[in-house]
Design a protein around this ligand. Structure first.
Ligand code: 6OG
Length: 185
């Protein structure tokens, strides 16, 4: 495993349709992870909690407010980088406001392909119906996302809680990883 000197707190937030068939992602337009699709998030500032940071970053980057709940914690270490990433992952099944592109992120809805969904039943659709038919949307672009995402996203879409770690070399290639989730509901 990659060694590191310190840990920095980050957030990453996903808005998901209640049937888990659609997810809102953002294309990172600058900085770390540029050109990759991801949830909305960033560094936790010293005076705020991770939940406050998650709500702030979602609003700054996508222009919307959502009742986020934490659904996972991820740990990433990159060879040659002193500070490892502790990323609290949040999800919400509803939002208010108008989804808006920002300097940092271009938001877009994707349809969640069957590979990322649990077999059999998903939890009942208790919220709003999806705004559009997910069949018309492109699938989640795993080939243009961090390599860890395909391992924990199925746990998130199944409404399970998850933890895990992934270590990367200096070229951002994922070297070693483990992920675990709470039992299926
Ligand atoms: P800013 O640079 O925008 O925060 N992030 C990662 N997400 C995934 N899925 N995998 C990784 O593997 C990641 N490393 C960082 C956390 C960076 C944003 O990118 C996420 C933040 O939401 C290495 O402030």
């Amino acid at each position: 495993w990659v060694d590191y000197k310190s840990v920095k707190l980050y957030t990453n937030a996903f808005v998901i349709s209640p049937d888990s068939r659609k997810v809102l992602l953002g294309l990172k337009k600058r900085g770390f992870g540029v050109g990759l699709w991801n949830g909305f998030g960033g560094k936790v500032d010293p005076e705020e909690t991770p939940l406050q940071a998650a709500i702030r970053e979602l609003e700054e980057e996508a222009g919307i407010k959502a009742p986020l709940e934490q659904c996972g914690t991820l740990f990433f270490a990159v060879d040659g980088v002193d500070a490892a990433f502790n990323i609290d992952v949040y999800r919400a099944y509803e939002y208010t406001g108008t989804i808006t592109e920002s300097d940092e992120m271009r938001p877009q809805w994707f349809s969640v392909q069957d590979d990322l969904l649990p077999r059999g039943h998903l939890p009942a659709n208790t919220g709003h119906a999806p705004a559009e038919d997910s069949a018309e949307l492109p699938p989640v672009p795993l080939e243009q996302m961090w390599a860890d995402d395909e391992f924990w996203m199925p746990l998130m879409f199944a409404r399970r809680y998850f933890v895990g770690r992934a270590d990367f070399n200096a070229d951002n290639k994922m070297l070693k990883w483990w992920f675990a989730g709470s039992p299926p509901a």
